[in-house]
Design a binder for this molecule. Sequence first.
Ligand code: BGC
Length: 774
Amino acid sequence: MKVGFVAAALACGLASAGPSLASEASKPSVTPHQTVVSDKAIKARVEALLVQMTPEEKAGQLFIAFHLSPPPKLEPFVEKGIAEGRIGNVLFVSDPAHANALQRVALEQSRLKIPLMFGFDVIHGLRTIFPVPIGLAASWDPKMVEDVQASAAGEARAVGIQWSFAPNVDIARDPRWGRMVEGAGEDPYLGSVMAAAQVRGFQGPAMGTPNRIIAGVKHFAAYGAALGGRDYDEVNVSDSELWNVYLPPFKAAIDAGAYNVMSAYMPLNGVPATANSWLLTDVLRDTWRFKGFVVSDAGAVGNLVTHGLATDRADAAVKALNAGVTMEMDNNINVFSELPKALAQGAISQVQLDDAVRKVLETKVRLGLFENPYADVRKAAEAIADPERRRLARVAAERSAVLLRNEGAVLPLDRKTLRSVAVIGPLADSARDTEGPWVFKPQADGVTILAGLREKLGPTVRIDHVVGVGMPRRLNGSFIDPEPKAVTPPIDDTAGIAQAVAAARNADVAILVLGEKREMIGENASRASLDLPGKQQDLLEAVVATGKPVVLVLMSGRPLDLKSANPAAILEAWYPGSEGGRAVANLLMGDTVPGGKLPFSWPRNVGQVPLVYSRLSSHAPYQASLRYWDQRGAPVWPFGFGLSYTRFDYEAPSVERTTIAKGERVGVSVTVRNVGTRVGDETVQLYVHQRSGAARPVRELKGFRRVTLQPGETKVVRFELGPDELSYWSSEARAFVQDASAFDVWLGGDSTASARSRFAVVDAAQDGGKPVAP
Ligand code: BGC
């Protein structure tokens, strides 16, 4: 992915001078590499190392260098840097033999033999690719998301990676921003639940849990609010938005134990995030008591010069360290190699430098790296081949998919009568697009939707596959994820559409697989339009015009503007990963029932963004859907929306007490019934609205649970609301407050749920706890 960075690294080499021996290295009372049993012993080991280290070696621990697997030409630079103690950490190594070779350099050639720590963007799997994070969020199933990241962690750890640059917990409310695919969408509550679930998955119950890796929460903070949805552009958000919308998922991740935070690229309210001491120190360390280490985003320290904040690299290093960055990630320029000079000049203090180094050494000790520095190549191969991962990848893809339309119950397709299918579209048989962005090595064994359907339907159903149209290339080249020379052979769109129409006419059903290829989403992949790229809209409309039943399977990480196209069924499959084809085939054939729900509001077109369900009432709430002169204001599909092959009915919710005092909790429950004929999952969602005391959103998600219901089955789903759910950050009080107010509460299957109840929060405890009649 980071081809540009690697190229820059090749050009620049490494900058700092070799180590000089610490003159006064006192003899440690604890040998640096003995087995660690307690916090005290950890600290003792860290101190024992620290006293032996030169400033250059210290700076080396605060630097993570790029080194792609398989090793490219820059190896000598990195090897030399490791041997000389100037590189203490490496990213992008994903091959166990390669990791071991570099580790051997650290352990056999460097003076202090401090093991390397390896980091990687394990965003949705390493070898086994799971659905992209926006898809995982659409499952509304935190336990499954935790299992997915635990599985990804196990695979990564086996190949020698100890740290993931994930989860991305950036709230994204503007789908032009490509990195929406990496997060959990628009909502801070859903985002917080998913953030915590991923942290638990990656790290396990404690730092150093076997087969787990460090969770690196990113990008601190509010990166998703980039102006115009343009990646890396500045972010200006109000205090209230910051605390109520953008920061909560970070807080949730840190409360779940995340041991690493990555600072963001862009300026937040005028101050570059990587030199923002309010963010990195006041909020993160002083308010949230974060104990782990902060890494800069790649190149973000050096870029403080680009921002105009720092005069030169040395100044950038000082400003970043002063603000609270512990470790620099860069394109092997190594700006933090300036720190020894800064120390000598008094621009940073010995305490500051040592504290940062302590954090990194402590991390390595807690990870058990001193005891087990090497990957076990045989075990790594076993881990990668573990079929359980593939099963989980399939289940995750099935549970992530969102059924958006199903006119005339065209889905599930009827296996008994189905004789022929036309599978159409440029994404139907594209393995790399099925895997999605942030997959570094395309995997040979990914199952495309075409392949999944072929496998499922067998030889008795005729399948005609037509690509139909080509995909446009990027207007300006990307340095992040360069497109392969030819994703699909060049296509004559007109002839391709005619061929697709003929195939559809000749089939019982047409399944179109359309959307965005993976380069169109992710980092540095903002789009100015939400249209289906290229001629896909024409293809879709032409196939729909045949009058045949059309099922549109979307592969995307953002909402798309489908205009007036009217396929009978639409299934948002996201980028479903290694087992995507099998999962989609199971869903289309009804072997599993879709139960995902949208983690964002689906706008009508790009002019409507940003569009969120949790808006404030503002001046004329009754006009909210009429705000535009030339189009409706409501989304195509609301936040939380998703259909099933069955239907669910809700009874009126009941609150257990009509009045609670501030600080108390109230139970709220609802009865939901499967009124259809198939087993299915419903995600019961709870929304609240504070009626007075402050201008609060018209609705806010404050609870959800995904439940499975047999046909005719009824379940009572109970939630509790307390101060955590009923407080908010007040710009006036400059603190989290809970107001005395009446509250509306809705329970239902999406953010437009109509089953409502009420309760009130009062200042002092009152005897108002009578149950409300349903
Ligand atoms: C991205 C990060 C990523 C890092 C290393 C940066 O460009 O913003 O999210 O972790 O590269 O790949």
